[in-house]
Write a protein that binds this ligand. Structure first.
Ligand code: SF4
Length: 248
């Protein structure tokens, strides 16, 4: 089962939990012995209704996005906020149900991408930035591509070669960062209007939570030798993302 389908199952469980809390909260509010207890129970009831509504909204949006149906911009924004707010709850509830963080993060990235790909953009090449961690560079290569990707001699042993090719082809910006702090600095310096981020699930989710005002297409890398060394990417997926943002 792919990660989005698993997320839908988990969200359905959350809807049931939310519903039970709403029913329990309503019953407790009616039978509260004191005014204070009544207020607390009503507070819990309102919280549970909000939780229930957010979860329900997310399920609806996922189904619509997967069916490639148009959803209003307001709903897309609400989904972005709800996935941010529900993420810790999803991780908390998902753990005892056998959902690992990687699955939830992967679904989160996919959902984010569904939203980005359902929007239209008309950016220029230089307004688009590809952001990737330096573990993409072949570990035996000593060239300082993190300082300047153009220093790559294009030997073809790693995907930096392909990314430099895309940079030249579309005139985009390319940043290869050694960590989250440097990645944030590159975004501040280069001021892109759209980002294509390639990284592991954990870094992508933390980046998506940091960068709230820009469209970010999140592409999960491949790690044939384990995490953080000689990672790879699907260069066709990256190029598809560039073309989507360009809308040639
Ligand atoms: S493609 Fe560029 S970065 Fe990768 S190993 Fe060759 S020279 Fe180094």
């Amino acid at each position: 089962m792919n990660s989005i389908k698993r997320l839908l199952t988990l969200l359905s469980v959350m809807v049931l939990i939310g519903l039970l809390i709403v029913i329990a909260g309503w019953g407790l509010s009616r039978g509260a012995a004191t005014v204070l207890l009544g207020i607390i129970n009503y507070g819990l009831l309102i919280g549970a209704i909000a939780f229930f509504a957010l979860t329900f909204l997310l399920i609806y949006a996922i189904i619509m996005l997967r069916a490639k149906r148009v959803i209003p911009k307001l709903l897309k924004n609400a989904v972005k906020i709800s996935i941010r707010m529900l993420y810790p709850v999803l991780v908390g509830i998902g753990k005892p149900l056998g959902y690992d963080k990687k699955t939830i993060r992967n679904a989160y990235a996919q959902l984010n991408n569904h939203i980005i790909l359902s929007n239209e953009y008309h950016f220029r090449g230089e307004e688009i930035m590809i952001l990737t961690p330096h573990c993409l560079q072949k570990s035996t290569c000593g060239l300082r591509v993190t300082q300047n990707p153009d220093l790559c001699s294009r030997c073809g042993q790693c995907n930096v070669n392909d990314l430099v090719g895309l940079k030249e082809k579309y005139g985009i910006q390319l940043a290869i960062a050694t960590g989250g702090t440097l990645a944030r600095r590159k975004i501040m310096e280069l001021k892109p209007k759209a980002i294509i981020a390639v990284a592991c699930e954990r870094d992508l989710i933390s980046g998506l939570q940091d960068v709230k005002d820009l469209p970010v297409l999140a592409i999960v890398n491949r790690r044939p030798e384990g995490p953080c060394i000689n990672t790879e990417m699907d260069i066709l997926e990256v190029e598809k993302g560039i073309r989507h943002f360009l809308k040639e």
